[in-house]
Design a protein around this ligand. Structure first.
Ligand code: NAD
Length: 484
């Protein structure tokens, strides 16, 4: 008798319950050995006053099974509700989000008949750290955090994924021409790790032109790895241009724990009408079967699904007169896949998962550089008494504020240098970054910085935050002002 693998299942909101029922029905019909624990998440839990959308007992189940098959949920708008997806990914350390986007030409209508790419999205960092502040009347801020361990984990995962799945090339997208430190680190780690995989081609594109190329000629891409926000946006685009956002599944992988889902949301307008396409969740579940060591069942489900696509049995979102043969609802689609379990597609390529796909991980490097503080950026909320915002007026006041040789070096407004030698034409907000350093960028102490802040505070300025300027093994760990 086969041993059943415990998994946690959530039916979610909107179309979630319908597509989950369809998915489970197909998995069991193909012989999946699952011991299912059900948990409740999403709207009902939010409405009970739980702002995280998940009850404490549900976490216990996830910690026990370490495998989560999750239907989409509805995140209530506004009102302090936190996205459960982001919380789950971060709490469980699910650092890699794997989103295969494949076209099924000529059975599913698409402008890109040869598309077969996998987006590997970093899942825990970047602007999704969710650290946001309103700092002045006019300015709000969101912190973009990129860590070396975070980059190493996701980039290595992308190369290991390429090895396991026989893919030839890994492409990296960043915006490191602008964000030289954060995206620059992602790109640098990509270049470093790529050298460990000489058998796999590698390339880097700035995300804007990379995204344009992906939307225009997706057949030129294979595996694409990128920071969180770009991956979120571009994976929806990639899925949609295969024919429907309803076709793509996704795996969220951590160390010894994983979550599988569709990439789309709960589509509330389609809910309860037996209309939704369960394919995205089903293909997420196929990734789950490979992950839990049931690759032969994964292969059966995936090939039965491909055969259903090829036979033209389609839900409304991909149904097209002339291409499709039968328009079916969610339940009937599931029955059609079940009826084809054991069959393989004859025109589309059948999938093979063999004895499974092992994705190796490696401990992240721990480097410790020699760190030296060489100055401070002091951020001020400031306007003149009459509401004007003249950088020269501010600069002339701040040059009088000094301590132990630390002097005002420049002021920027929204990153652009406005003092000294700013332009009268530059639009300024009430948010000023004032950089203080000693001559020759000599080291400063925390006590120097605190004393300087006291001087500036006593002069009547509203300090909203500070950032230390540090060098690491002599290399500057801070950017210059634009125009500096
Ligand atoms: P959505 O992905 O739910 O739906 C957008 C549109 O895509 C739908 O109106 C429908 O036309 C189509 N669509 C999506 N899935 C489909 C399917 N399986 N079959 C057929 N058509 C499908 O996006 P939305 O409307 O922006 O978001 C609705 C809710 O889902 C929001 O509350 C959002 O926060 C949530 N959401 C949840 C997840 C998740 O749980 N992983 C992901 C994204 C959005």
């Amino acid at each position: 008798m086969s041993v059943k693998t415990p998994i946690t299942v959530a039916h979610g909101d909107g179309i979630g319950p319908e597509i989950m029922d369809a998915t489970i029905k197909i998995l069991l019909a193909a012989g999946a050995q699952l011991d299912i624990e059900e948990i409740e998440i999403g709207e009902k839990v939010y409405m009970k006053g739980n702002s995280a959308g998940i009850a404490p007992e549900a976490w216990d189940s996830l910690r026990r099974t370490k495998v989560f098959l999750k239907a989409p949920i509805t995140t209530p708008q506004g009102g302090g509700f936190k996205s459960l997806n982001v919380t789950t990914r971060k709490t469980l350390g699910l650092y890699a989000n794997v989103r295969p986007c494949i076209s099924y030409h000529p059975y599913v209508s698409t402008k890109h008949p040869k598309m077969d790419l996998v987006i590997i999205r970093e899942n825990e960092e970047d602007l999704y750290a969710g650290i946001e502040h309103r700092q002045t009347d006019e300015v709000t801020q969101c912190l973009k955090l990129i860590s070396r361990p975070g980059c190493e984990k996701i980039v290595r995962y992308a190369f290991e994924y390429a090895l396991a799945y026989g893919r030839k090339k890994v492409t990296c997208f960043t915006k490191d021409n602008i964000m030289k430190l954060t995206d620059g680190l992602f790109h640098k780690v990509f270049d470093e790790i790529a050298t460990e995989y000489p058998q796999i081609e590698n390339e880097h594109w700035i995300v804007d032109i990379g995204a344009a190329k992906m939307a225009d000629t997706p057949e030129n891409f294979d595996v694409i790895v990128m920071p969180n926000l770009y991956g979120d946006v571009l994976s929806d685009i990639a899925a949609q241009i295969t024919g429907s956002v309803g076709l793509a599944g996704s795996a969220n992988i951590g160390d010894g724990i994983a979550m599988f889902e569709a990439i789309h949301g709960s589509a509330p307008r389609r809910a309860g009408q037996n209309l939704a396409n369960p394919s995205g969740l089903l293909l997420g579940a196929v990734q789950m079967l490979v992950y839990i060591g049931q690759p032969e069942v994964a292969e059966k489900v995936h090939n039965a699904w491909l055969k259903t696509m090829e036979d033209g049995v389609h839900t409304y979102d991909i149904f097209k007169e002339g291409t499709s043969t039968e328009k079916v609802g969610t339940k009937e689609f599931a029955e059609a896949v079940v009826a084809r379990v054991g069959q393989s597609p004859s025109k589309l390529n059948a999938v093979k998962y063999g004895s499974g796909k092992q994705i190796a991980t490696k401990p992240v490097s721990t480097t410790k550089a020699k760190k030296e503080t060489v100055g401070v950026d002091i951020f001020l909320h400031w306007t003149e008494a009459d509401g004007q915002k003249n950088a020269d007026v501010l600069g002339e006041e701040l040059v009088k504020c000094t301590h132990n040789g630390m002097k005002l070096k420049m002021i920027t407004n929204r990153g652009l240098k406005v003092y000294p030698n700013g332009f009268a034409e530059t639009f300024c907000t009430d948010h000023w970054r004032c950089r203080y350093q000693k001559p020759d960028e000599a080291p400063v102490s925390n006590a120097d910085i605190i004393a300087l802040m006291n001087v500036i505070d006593k002069a009547g300025f509203d300090i909203i935050k500070t950032e230390n300027l540090c060098t690491f093994d002599g290399e500057a760990g801070f950017s210059l002002g634009q125009g500096q």
